[in-house]
Design a protein around this ligand. Structure first.
Ligand code: GRF
Length: 213
């Protein structure tokens, strides 16, 4: 089941205007970024990834950025584990603005977004979370679902706000929890759903920007 597509706030784009551009932030292997980049290469995204940034120097997502010909940069994340200091976020904002991005896509970015990044792109930062929000916020949501004994799990694309996994929901996909599932098999099934959902919602969000809605 999916919920209706998003309405994006902000500036207007005429139909002749260049496609909106987005920046990607990720900390891991980047399979969601790959799904987005493949949709873009296939001409199915109607919006263009302009830069990939990571807080992890050896993240697979940076290598993937290079493979797709998209500038990719490591941003030293500072001393904290779950957030970045304002100077590091400021550097991210600078690079995103230099790359002329219209919105930001989090693809497995493992830090909480704060000021100045949140303020630089209000209502324009998307995240994908591996649960049917509002259930199972936070880390390893698939494991939380398994331990709770639910029969259905899934993933959610939502706007990022100042709290964790609470922003406006833009779309969801559901998958069954099957007998004998482990955390790994359930996570793998959810990721397959993520790779279909995220490109679709990103495309719809960008279309909303173009329409000025
Ligand atoms: C995904 O499961 C996503 O839901 C969560 O982080 C994971 C990133 O995986 N936010 P990948 O790096 O895109 O493979």
């Amino acid at each position: 089941m999916t919920t209706p597509g998003p309405k994006a706030p902000g500036v207007s784009f005429s139909p002749q205007a260049p496609a909106p551009r987005f920046g990607v932030l990720g900390s891991g292997k980047g399979s969601n970024f790959r799904a987005l980049a493949e949709a873009w290469k296939a001409g199915a995204l109607r919006t263009e990834p302009a830069i990939v940034l990571s807080d992890m120097e050896n993240a697979g997502i940076l290598t993937l950025g290079g493979e797709f010909g998209i500038p990719a940069r490591f941003i030293p994340p500072g001393p904290f584990r779950t957030k970045m200091p304002p100077e590091a976020e400021g550097e991210i904002v600078r690079l995103l603005q230099e790359a002329r991005v219209d919105f930001v896509v989090l693809a497995g970015f493992m830090r909480v977004i704060k000021s100045p990044l949140l303020d630089a792109f209000p209502g324009r930062i998307l995240n994908i979370h591996p649960s049917l929000l509002p259930d199972f916020r936070g880390l390893e949501a698939w494991r939380q679902a398994l331990e709770a004994g639910v029969t259905e799990a899934g993933c959610t694309v939502h706007l990022v706000d100042s709290r964790v996994d609470t922003g406006k929901i833009l779309g969801q996909s559901r998958v069954p929890v099957l007998p004998g599932d482990t955390a790994e098999t359930l996570h793998a099934r959810i990721q397959v759903a993520e790779h279909e959902l995220y490109p679709r919602i990103v495309r719809e969000f960008a279309q909303g920007l173009r329409n000025g809605s």
